[in-house]
Design a protein around this ligand. Structure first.
Ligand code: MG
Length: 369
């Protein structure tokens, strides 16, 4: 099965409610879909969102990186040479992690199709059912409490609460939500870099003294402030998780060496795809550090790949934050991963099992010079 070409599409899906964090507000998912074609007629699918404030990737940069730097290295490559292909993708250029991820996801999809097995089985197997949390966007306290209660009633047992706007209001937000759902759902806070290290320690110690038990707090300080992350981790009982601070395996090694956080959030759009995500899970596992698997605002193409990885690495990836598909108003994809609110299950379809993508707008190929 040899690669013959790569094509692109744009997939737009409205969100049920606007997604609001300390960094941004988003109304709809708008992702680049990558289709890797082969001489056998089989097509592999990948996907990447523009997340300029986190990874630096934009729609234009994703397409340009793949078209000019990654695709030319892959044409004619045999899908069976998986490790060589992922090496070519990762070495094609610096950064551009989302572009690399989209292509890797499509390649792994084809790798599964080549051997007629669902991806998680080729990655080591596992129990093909996992449970995700759901994001509660940062908003007025009453709205966040109402959204949290509604999520619990939809069956979610873990809520990821977005904070990081105003430290005083953040503390009140969390206390109010905790009181409303106590005993029915675990709370994960995501500050999205919105606090200083001292503010984070103050907020978490205040919450701890008030009896609020949090499962974890994600990325309290700025992405580059690894010292600040360690400062917080050393001073609170609540487990601290690194998200924007760690992209690839090298940063994970540095974080572990510094003991800067207790948990690592793996996202394919940060790692540059599945090959590095596997490395991170293995490094973390060796050091007894748990991982979460997360996603950006993605649909069930790229999130499906994250699900397969999470199933295969469930011994290390103990927390799942793959709520992209359940935040979407509709599911545009018929595929091998079934998203049913908090429960995500995987069928035995080969690769990612994607049969149809509804509403995909194909992007025109540039005219030959
Ligand atoms: Mg996060």
């Amino acid at each position: 099965m040899k690669i013959t070409g790569i094509r692109f599409g744009m997939l737009r899906v409205p969100l049920k409610t606007p997604f609001k964090t300390a960094l941004r507000t988003v109304e709809q998912v708008e992702d680049i879909v990558v289709m890797v074609h082969t001489d056998s007629g089989q097509v592999g699918y990948g996907e990447a969102p523009a997340t300029a404030v986190i990874t630096g990737d934009t729609h234009g940069s994703i397409v340009e990186a793949i078209r000019r730097y990654i695709a030319p290295r892959l044409i004619g490559m045999d899908i069976a040479d998986l490790n060589r292909i992922t090496g070519l993708i990762q070495g094609a250029m610096e950064k551009n992690s989302s572009a690399k991820a989209a292509v890797e996801i499509a390649i792994y999809d084809l790798w599964g199709q080549l051997y007629g097995a669902p991806l998680y089985q080729l990655l080591g197997g596992g129990d093909p059912v996992i449970t995700t949390d759901i994001t509660i966007s940062v908003d007025y306290i009453d709205k966040m409490v109402a959204d949290s209660i509604a999520a619990v009633e939809r069956g979610f047992e873990s809520l990821k609460i977005k904070v990081g706007k105003d430290i005083g209001v953040d503390i009140e937000r969390v206390k109010a939500i905790y009181a409303a759902v106590e005993g029915r759902a675990l709370l994960r806070l995501d500050a999205n870099q919105g606090w200083t290290a001292k503010q984070a320690v103050y907020a978490l110690q205040t919450l701890e003294e008030a009896g609020v038990k949090l499962e974890l707090v994600e990325q309290p300080v700025k992405a580059h402030d690894m010292e600040g992350m360690r400062y917080v981790t050393e001073r609170v009982h609540t487990p601290i998780m690194a998200d924007e601070s760690v992209f690839g395996p090298m940063e994970v090694i540095e974080l572990i060496r510094m003991r800067a956080a207790d948990i690592i959030n793996i996202k394919l759009m940060k790692t540059g795809g599945i090959s590095n995500a596997v490395k991170i899970a293995d490094i973390a596992g060796m050091h007894g550090i748990d991982c979460m698997i997360g996603c950006m605002l993605e649909t069930s193409i790229s999130v499906a790949a994250a699900v397969h990885l999470a199933v295969a690495k469930a011994g290390v990836i103990t927390k799942v934050d793959l709520d992209g598909p359940s935040l979407c108003a509709t599911n545009p994809v018929d595929g091998g991963v079934i998203f049913n609110e908090s429960e995500i299950s995987v069928t035995d379809a080969p690769g990612l099992g994607i049969r149809e993508i509804r509403g995909l707008e194909l992007l025109a190929e540039p005219k030959a010079a």
